[in-house]
Design a protein around this ligand. Structure first.
Ligand SMILES: CC(C)(COP(=O)(O)OP(=O)(O)OC[C@H]1O[C@@H](n2cnc3c(N)ncnc32)[C@H](O)[C@@H]1OP(=O)(O)O)[C@@H](O)C(=O)NCCC(=O)NCCS
Length: 313
């Protein structure tokens, strides 16, 4: 078998790349629609020779791909992060694995990022900065080969978030509500109203700089304020959460007043709203260690373990 050729993605690669994604990234199936929105709807993706999306071909057949990202659109007030690069996805067709194709793709992706002056590379991204995010990192159980490949090439595990979920049909909202309101009764939790959107954006920029601001703006742009809750101390916003259907998050409380039960008030109220919109489960993709303990108290169970990796160039 001839060695693979690595080149940038062209239009005709769309179908084979999506098919390959679904056969190699088996725990993360993607539809053509979601893939199209992920890639072409992403302001960091500029089609062309320097897109950072590489495909490997063998005898004109697509056998692998890797996406490398530099920011072309600022991460809110954190800006373009010119020293950072990201690799949100890498895959080789199962029939062509262990033939050095993944290595060739990774080397090409790293060379691309290095040529653009990047000094730190993330797989897939860090909290607050995960452009092109589909999954938080490499699924340690489903993609052990991917984990081994990145480690072999000098990547180290930065941290290990989990995804969690639980059925909420029997979630005892009233029980958790009473427990949550035993402390800090001065805190009010309410839907984000149009009158507080500006203050909300100021809160987000100060308390959670980075891409959670973009997620919040997307919610505002979509006109979905009913899926955003804020926690108020007096008239000051001190926490928030958002969700989409049954998909919970992002979610955060101002650092200075964490561990005082404010997160619990927000979460329980969000579950109430999700239930009354006929949601049957609550899930999210990305909880770091402290957050995982928090959710465990509400009966959520870890479903997947990810490794977020980084490497300096
Ligand atoms: C990860 C992946 C892209 C590697 O592609 P590949 O072409 O098989 O990799 P190469 O032949 O260039 O490199 C081989 C190295 O990868 C790792 N590796 C690949 N498959 C492996 C497996 N099944 N078990 C253990 N290690 C594996 C090892 O480090 C191996 O080195 P070694 O032979 O010295 O042990 C491919 O296995 C894949 O598509 N996996 C599913 C998707 C995935 O894990 N993506 C990463 C998440 S973004």
């Amino acid at each position: 078998m001839s060695a693979a050729t690595i080149r940038t993605f062209v239009s005709g690669d769309l179908k084979p790349v999506v098919a390959l994604w679904n056969s190699a990234l088996r725990r993360d199936p993607i539809s053509m629609g979601r893939f199209t929105s992920w890639l072409f709807g992403d302001p960091d993706y500029w089609p062309g020779d320097d897109s950072g999306f590489f495909v490997a071909t063998q005898e004109r057949t697509v056998v692998g791909f890797l996406r490398a990202i530099i920011r072309r659109w600022p991460n809110d007030r954190v800006g373009l992060e010119p020293e950072r690069g990201w690799i949100p996805a890498l895959a080789v067709d199962p029939g062509h694995q262990r033939q050095s194709i993944g290595t060739a793709l990774l080397q090409r992706g790293l060379a691309y990022l290095q040529a653009l002056g990047r000094r730190h590379v993330w797989v897939c991204g860090n909290s607050g900065s995960a452009p092109g995010y589909v999954f938080p990192g490499v699924d340690q159980d489903a993609y052990a080969g991917g984990l081994a490949l990145f480690r072999k090439h000098g990547f180290v595990i930065d941290h290990e978030p989990v995804s969690m979920s639980r059925a909420v049909v029997d979630f005892d909202v009233e029980h958790f509500h009473r427990a949550a309101w035993k402390t800090r009764q001065d805190i009010r939790v309410l839907s984000l109203g149009t009158d507080r959107v500006q203050e909300f954006l100021n809160f987000m920029a100060t308390a959670f700089p980075g891409d959670w601001n973009m997620a919040a703006r997307a919610k505002i742009r979509a006109g979905a304020l009913h899926e955003v809750l804020i926690a108020l101390q007096g008239e000051t916003i001190v926490g928030y959460c958002q969700w989409e259907g049954e998909h919970f998050g992002p979610f955060g409380v101002t650092a200075a007043i964490r561990s005082q039960g404010i997160g619990a008030k927000l979460f329980v109220e969000a579950v109430r709203r999700i239930r009354t919109a006929d949601g049957r489960t609550v899930w999210f993709n990305w909880a770091d260690e402290a957050a995982a303990r928090f959710y465990g108290r509400f009966g959520l169970k870890a479903q997947r373990r990810f490794a977020i990796l980084r490497r300096d160039l």
